[in-house]
Design a protein around this ligand. Structure first.
Ligand SMILES: Nc1ncnc2c1ncn2[C@@H]1O[C@H](COP(=O)(O)OP(=O)(O)OP(=O)(O)O)[C@@H](O)[C@H]1O
Length: 836
């Protein structure tokens, strides 16, 4: 029997409203208990007293306003169906407000009786274990590499020690003394003699070649006379080339390059040929067209007129890019890798796919010895700002990266600029030796010193994009003298020549025409009347077929290239540990700060209108705490991941361009990078989510939050890689952070998605990962409360979809992938644009 007296008994003003329809045989609705109700005394809502009204408007619950009013089960208690009173939450469980059954706490949680939230420490324990493992791995690898370096040093030191032993054995290392003891005096003597034979320093191939008595032609014909390193290198090369003939012969006739926008050609009427077996120098004043000439010859820049032939065969030059090496002026090497690692990566990617790892390692060993880099092979290359090896050694590494691919021709852009005299001479010695191996070596050179100039065999002199001279270096001076120029008796002829071709010829020819234009015309007349510095030696069809087969066989399979790029990137990240640990620290700190701001809510981050018929009992609604939490998560991940994403993708554009031009698989490079960021994202996310979760204790499960956050990390890394493609290196981190803040803020909290749809810009919000992250959080935090609150009201108000967690995850994955595709497309576009 319903009685109105219940309200008056409580002193409330107004008439009671029957909520009888909610009454079932089992009692009142889930999450409530109705202490005084029976089938005869049905639940009633009594208008609240002012104090209670204030409390409800503040989002708090208040005392029941009548004895028949249903009571929401308070936090720390649960109210099973039909219960007449609340039951305290048992130990090992937690009971937020409105619980009808206690929820089991996590395995790592310590939930005492009456707990309101699941404070699970298990993820924190896992995080600590993971960190300890990571630190151990770092320490073990660090010790391992130190030991690797320390052992040979120790070996050397112990070799130097002198021990006095019976008999005539003197001076040994510990092992040898042991050998002496074990094997007996006579046997040990033999061992000692071998051990103490004065160390024969191997002369490198290049030293051997540059000996005055060295007869290159003869020695190349008879490899038996070459030094052992060089012999091995020749063998290795010939295995790669598929024969003894390494070099490419370039022939060009009336070569022209005129960009679309230029009124005048950059290069015109350039004819001649460059044969293998000698060291060529391309010289000319600044802007004379040297780089353009070399780029056209290599096939990097397509010529707009004339004809080029390689080994007598005309066609697209770029098909030879796998067997042509190009050493840029700036040493584009990876500073975090060692000398050996830089060269080895190139060898693994560019040598024939049929080569085994042992063969590749042997090839690299020989090459490193030939380049005199064996003593620094395990040293980091370092950057120009913080060098570890010398400038000359860096240049050798840069050359080694190209030689590792056993190229048939190698082009170098000012390989001696910025080097001291000794290093420059040494580089030229190296190049000369390479040319003697039969490799075609062409180098752009600026104002060479006398000894460098003397080491050149042949010259190509350009002026205003036209040919001024091409032929043997020793014939250059007589040629100009015959034109009326007089060279100083004791100066460097290269200096005088440099002045003449730069338009300062008047200094050396006071009378008559000394202009560049005159020189061009003279050469034109001269070359028309004679053979232009030798003719290109054509090769037979069989040799050409073999060359084509060689080109086809070059390069590791694409999936192996992905693997090699992945490994290289992991090594780089390992060497840049500070940045890794900084990201982990930032993740944990951001998780902690957000967690602290949400901690006071004790996991109660949604309050809606109670399901009918108890809607009148509802306190103030809170629809925005969940999207607000997602917003903070998005911003925190943006701050953590964006700078790292830029650093990983943006600092190596030059390396990418160099490798792409050398025929590396561009997709493999990018994929290797992308995959290598996954462990980093997982660890950073583990730090962020664990700390954030521990303080916030939201209703979303730890795994669901981890997955959503991880995919958001994936999106931010992708976005950062896009940013790094379009902006300057220095601006990258800041712009990436700004972009990640924007996509984080556009998450549908304010303005709501509902509102944006009325503005017809919902698509913009739906195109940002922030919205999908917020929707995932919304779904996972609200769905468990569907029995208690009218969730549809929140859905209608905000515009998120409910129950679409999987879809949200897929969309986040897709968005992150789209960002990467855009970044990769941008990288390719910029590469093409750069080539033009
Ligand atoms: N793709 C291009 N579009 C327009 N102009 C170009 C292009 N390539 C080269 N040039 C112009 O052609 C001229 C020759 O350029 P190039 O780089 O070949 O000269 P260089 O002799 O190598 O000069 P430097 O010694 O200063 O490097 C320059 O004035 C350059 O601006």
């Amino acid at each position: 029997m319903v009685t109105n007296s219940s309200c008056y008994q409580a002193g409330a003003i107004g008439l009671p409203i029957q909520t009888a329809s909610s009454w079932t045989a089992t009692g009142c609705s889930l999450g409530f208990f109705c202490p005084n109700n029976t089938a005869e005394a049905l639940p009633e809502y009594c208008p609240p007293l002012p104090d209670c009204q204030v409390a409800r408007l503040s989002g708090l619950t208040c005392e029941p306003q009548g004895i028949l009013e249903p009571v929401i089960c308070t936090a720390g208690y649960y109210c099973p169906k039909g219960a007449k009173s609340m039951i305290k939450c048992p130990a090992g469980h937690y009971c937020p407000q409105g619980s009808y059954t206690p929820s089991v706490c996590g395995r790592g949680a310590r939930c005492s009786e009456g707990s309101v939230q699941n404070l699970d420490f298990l993820p924190l324990v896992i995080l600590i274990i993971v960190d300890l493992l990571l630190v151990s791995v770092v320490v073990i690898i660090g010790c391992g590499s130190r030991l690797k370096k320390w052992r040979p040093r120790q070996q050397k030191r112990s070799n130097r020690k002198t021990y006095t032993l019976p008999g005539r054995v003197r001076g040994s290392n510990y092992q040898e003394i042991e050998a002496f003891r074990v094997q007996g005096e006579e046997e040990a003597d033999i061992a000692m003699e071998a051990a103490f034979a004065p160390p024969q320093r191997k002369r490198t191939g290049f030293e051997e070649i540059m000996e005055p008595e060295f007869d290159a032609e003869q020695e190349l014909g008879d490899t038996g006379k070459l030094s052992s390193d060089l012999q091995l290198f020749v063998q290795s090369m010939s295995k790669c080339i598929g024969g003894e003939r390494f070099g490419l012969n370039f022939e060009y006739r009336d070569l022209k390059f005129q960009p679309d926008k230029n009124k005048k050609p950059v290069l015109s009427q350039v004819s001649g040929c460059i044969n293998s077996g000698s060291l060529w120098g391309v010289m000319g004043a600044s802007g004379a067209g040297k780089s353009t000439f070399v780029n056209v010859l290599m096939g990097k820049t397509p010529h707009t007129g004339g004809e080029t032939k390689v080994n007598g065969v005309a066609g697209n030059m770029s098909r030879f890019k796998k067997i042509i090496g190009y050493v840029p002026q700036d040493d584009i090497v990876l500073p975090e890798l060692t000398v050996r690692e830089n060269i080895l990566h190139s060898a693994r990617i560019r040598l024939p796919y049929t080569w085994t790892e042992t063969e590749i390692q042997n090839h690299v060993d020989i090459l490193i010895r030939c380049l005199c880099l064996d003593h620094v092979q395990n040293s980091l290359v370092g950057s120009t700002a913080a060098p570890v090896i010398s400038g000359g050694q860096r240049k050798r590494v840069s050359i080694g990266i190209e030689l590792a691919a056993s190229p048939s021709a190698i082009f170098l852009d000012e390989p001696t600029s910025g080097l001291d005299a000794t290093s420059a001479a040494s580089i030229m010695t190296t190049l000369k030796a390479l040319s003697r191996l039969g490799i075609t070596v062409v180098t752009i050179i600026h104002q060479p010193r006398q000894e460098i100039f003397d080491s050149l065999d042949s010259l190509v002199l350009l002026g205003a994009g036209r040919m001024i001279y091409q032929g043997p270096q020793v014939h250059m001076q007589p040629y100009f003298e015959q034109l009326g120029f007089s060279f100083p008796n004791h100066g460097n002829p290269a200096d005088a020549m440099g002045d003449i071709i730069a338009g300062e010829g008047r200094l050396y020819k006071p009378h008559g025409d000394a202009s560049v234009q005159g020189l061009i015309e003279n050469w034109h007349d001269f070359s028309s009347s004679r053979d232009q510095g030798g003719s290109s030696s054509n090769i037979s069809m069989v040799e050409m077929a073999s060359l084509n087969a060689t080109i086809k066989s070059r390069g590791a399979r694409w999936y192996l290239q992905i693997y090699f790029c992945f490994i290289r990137s992991i090594i780089q990240q390992f060497r840049l540990q500070e940045s890794f640990w900084f990201e982990m620290g930032t993740g944990a700190m951001a998780g902690g700060l957000i967690g602290l701001s949400e901690e006071s809510q004790k996991g109660e981050n949604f309050r809606g209108i109670f399901n009918e018929p108890y809607s009148l009992l509802s306190s103030a609604i809170d629809y925005t705490s969940v999207p607000e939490m997602a917003l903070l998560v998005g911003l925190a991940i943006g701050l953590t991941a964006a700078p790292s994403g830029v650093k990983i993708f943006g600092e190596e554009k030059l390396v990418y361009w160099r490798e792409a031009a050398a025929g590396h698989n561009r997709f493999a490079y990018y994929m290797g990078k992308v995959i290598s960021t996954i462990p980093r994202m997982v660890f950073a996310n583990l730090h962020f989510t664990t700390v954030f979760f521990l303080l916030t204790t939201p209703r979303i499960s730890w795994f669901a939050a981890f997955a959503a956050n991880l995919l958001y990390f994936y999106c931010i890394y992708g976005l950062a890689s896009c940013i790094s493609m379009v902006c300057r290196r220095d601006d990258g981190p800041l712009l990436a952070v700004i972009a990640s803040l924007i996509v984080g803020v556009l998450n549908g909290m304010s303005p709501t998605l509902e509102r944006t749809s009325t503005w017809h810009v919902l698509w913009l919000w739906r195109a940002t990962p922030g919205t999908w992250l917020a929707e995932a959080y919304f779904t996972e935090n609200l769905q468990p409360l569907e029995y208690l609150y009218n969730i549809d009201g929140a859905v209608t108000h905000l515009g998120y979809h409910l129950g679409k967690y999987s879809l949200d995850m897929w969309v986040l994955l897709a968005l992150g992938t789209v960002y990467r595709v855009i970044a990769f497309g941008g990288l390719r576009f910029m590469y093409r644009h750069k080539q033009r």
